[in-house]
Design a protein around this ligand. Sequence first.
Ligand code: ATP
Ligand code: MG
Length: 562
Amino acid sequence: MAAEEIKEKGSNFIREIVKQDISSGKIKQVVTRFPPEPNGYLHIGHAKAITIDFGLAKEFGGKCHLRFDDTNPSREEQEYVDSIQEDIRWLGWDWGDNLFYASNYFDKLCEWAVHLIQKGKAYVCDLTPDEVREHRGTLTEPGRNCCFRNRSAEENLDLFTRMKNGEFPDGSRTLRAKIDMAHPNINMRDPVLYRILRATHHRTGDKWCIYPTYDYAHGQSDAIEGITHSICTLEFEAHRPLYDWFVENLPVEHKPHQYEFARLNINYTVLSKRKLLTLVTKGFVSGWDDPRMPTLAGFRRRGFTPSAIRNFCESVGVAKANSTVDLAFLEECLRDDLNKKASRRMAVLKPLKLVIENYPDGKSEELEVSNNPEDPSYGTRMVRFSKVLYIDREDFSPDPPPKFFRLAPGREVRLRNAYYVTCTGFKTGDNGEVVEVTGRIDEATRGGSSPDGRSPKVTIHWVSAADSVEAEVRLYDRLFVKENPDQNEEGKDFLDHLNPDSLVVLKNCKLERSLEGAKPVDIFQFERVGYFAVDRDSSENALVFNRAVTLKDTWAKLKNKK
Ligand code: ATP
Ligand code: MG
């Protein structure tokens, strides 16, 4: 999906449903929930779900619960519970008092399992997982009943109680709903409600050795909490009949409904927690908050703003059909936001000395420069000019090719906010590399304009050598070279498509003095270069910056050239 296409969208069929349910009097107040499983950090796909769940509640004066779907203790951890809360707050949403855990309902769920057993609607099954699969049938063939299906309610009750009391080994038995093994929807072929699993739960500890499945826990949690619109992604569409079956067959007071929307996919990255975890555990990235990760923690560290991500999530809309959004569109949302918000600074990432021959040794002067030409309320700051400056290596060519209009021998350019300078020569080192450039300024052009009205084609940025601070700057690129790294290719997996150049570290970059003391996550526009955020690896005397995004979409330029 291209950026223009997306910006026109922003439609939301779920909003229409909610609107109607309110105006028809079917519900008084909308109650949604965001139900993360605490088995990883939140990613940009979750941000979309959060925007829908919290956004609808806000728009219609309702509530959105944060509910941890913690039914699988073997993969869940407190670290994830904490990071998820931090990320949702960072995005600007607040669940107030409505923080819940599916594990809060383990007792109730167990009670309801007994209810199903008593009604002859659930049974204990001794098949192994392989046998269960084999009995289940396929999309084209019905499943088969197993011999345990006819156990009496008394026997089931006894066995289930003993399962719960820890009398049987892990995986040896399950509690299954008794629905229909020939049902066209495989999810309805006697799905598992409980499995035996001895794992310490991050909240309930060792209290339980049986745990409910997602399907059994989710809808009932919704019912207990009075959720009106249980919004989830499309892969749960085929689970909806089961969701409704539980609601019909259990003595729940409240009957919630499930609605599905298409999950967000973005090119050149992966959005599966399992794959993201692999990147972390195998050391392909530095952690869940590596600035190349599509996690909210990664985006935050990289310099993305909550409003950029919210705008993005709102612009991509809510659809029923799966699609992939261009990474470039997400970056465009960030540029839009930072263009208004980020203070401008000068920073030279690949420094090359420029000596001003007609500027006195030891002299320096302060020039007043604007912090944000888009918004005068950002004020001005003083920047020091002196004889020895740094300019970017890429802004000078000893032998300029056609269309290179930056500094070159005999050529005049504007030093941003300072003077016009004409290059008088350059020095090379042993290997022929340019090591120093010399030039002369026109004193009449102080402040960056000439009384005679002439104007150089190009303005370059600079930093005074004596008044600069050093920094490490980390440049990031797409994590994967392949547009859809998830796509299965013979003999390859997503790790085979990692971009070897996704991180480039530049040392000894020279920044204007005013950046001294910048703190994580301060974000600036380095003029002509991009938007940069202070990384948490920074210390008192060693600044580290992350490039959040370039000023222009460099990939689009490359694509157009092709
Ligand atoms: P993953 O595939 O990354 O493991 P998940 O669905 O297992 O994701 P959950 O923690 O269960 O992760 O997700 C919480 C909520 O976020 C669910 O309602 C889920 O539907 C939604 N969600 C997850 N991934 C996306 C996505 N890519 N786009 C939109 N919503 C998503
Ligand atoms: Mg899930």
